[in-house]
Design a protein around this ligand. Structure first.
Ligand SMILES: [Zn+2]
Length: 252
């Protein structure tokens, strides 16, 4: 029987953490070195808490996570200490790449920023850090609901849809949101030539899901009202009730 270490109830006190142990983690194939306060990372992640109480306990030379991208880990470390995640692509890229990306982002850089946020959600899920998982997930959802030409919801860029259907689990709410937005909020006029060039690569699962959703709307009178909160991840019903997007519908 294993004794799983329990999550501490109170938030970490940085004054205490700063007097405590520093752990070393090497990230990515290039093994980039990070020194992190053990109390902080163990407070937020059950994965690291268990590892540092078990297999990594005696590891003086540090642990290595080779299949993690440095850009994603940079955002995670920022979140560990700041407990925030920006919803602006420039700031996300600045955190991820550690340099100022400039004020003008091309489409591919813009999409890269949002893919990093999706990857952060996957990281949070894998490393048992639900608060980071949920924040990254919900940040991505909120951006899709606030970015339309008229400030409302819009379809997600095809390149991101292609990436998401390739990388996210098939039951992800993000995938369901992409399908619903395509059926209800997307407008053909919003596609420029670059977008149109990706049309032929749209995944079959996405196109079939769009067909089925269209059918439900037409035949079963399924609602065409969209609320970002329907795609959010919330810790509890109470948290969902308190969500600013709960019960707010955007008109298609
Ligand atoms: Zn919500």
């Amino acid at each position: 029987m294993t004794n799983k270490p329990q999550a501490p109830q109170a938030a970490p006190v940085f004054g205490t953490a700063a007097k405590g142990e520093i752990v070393t983690i090497f990230i990515g194939p290039e093994k980039k070195r990070y020194n992190i306060h053990k109390d902080v990372i163990c407070h937020h992640s059950e994965y690291f808490r268990t590892a540092y109480n078990g297999r990594w306990k005696e590891s003086d030379e540090g642990a290595t996570l080779e299949d993690i991208e440095v850009e994603v880990f940079n955002i995670f470390v920022h979140w560990l200490y700041a407990q925030t995640l920006p919803n602006c692509p420039q700031l996300i890229l600045r955190l991820a790449e550690e340099t100022d990306p400039g004020s003008e982002l091309g489409w591919s850089r813009y999409r890269h920023a949002w893919e990093l946020v999706l990857k952060c959600g996957m990281f949070g899920d894998r490393f048992l850090t639900p608060a980071f998982h949920h924040l990254a997930h919900n940040t991505f959802v909120n951006v899709q609901f606030g970015e339309g030409v008229d400030g409302g919801a819009s379809g997600v860029s095809y390149a991101t849809i292609i990436w998401a259907f390739d990388n996210l689990p098939s039951d992800s709410l993000i995938l369901a949101m992409m399908v619903d937005l395509q059926c209800i909020a997307w407008n053909e006029e919003q596609d420029d030539e670059e977008e149109k060039s990706d049309l032929s690569q749209l995944p079959n699962e996405f196109l079939v899901a769009v067909m089925l959703k269209q059918n439900k709307i037409r035949v079963c009178d399924e609602t065409t009202e969209l609320s970002a909160c329907d795609y959010h991840l919330h810790e509890s019903e109470e948290e969902k009730k308190a969500c600013p997007a709960n019960g707010k519908y955007c008109k298609s």
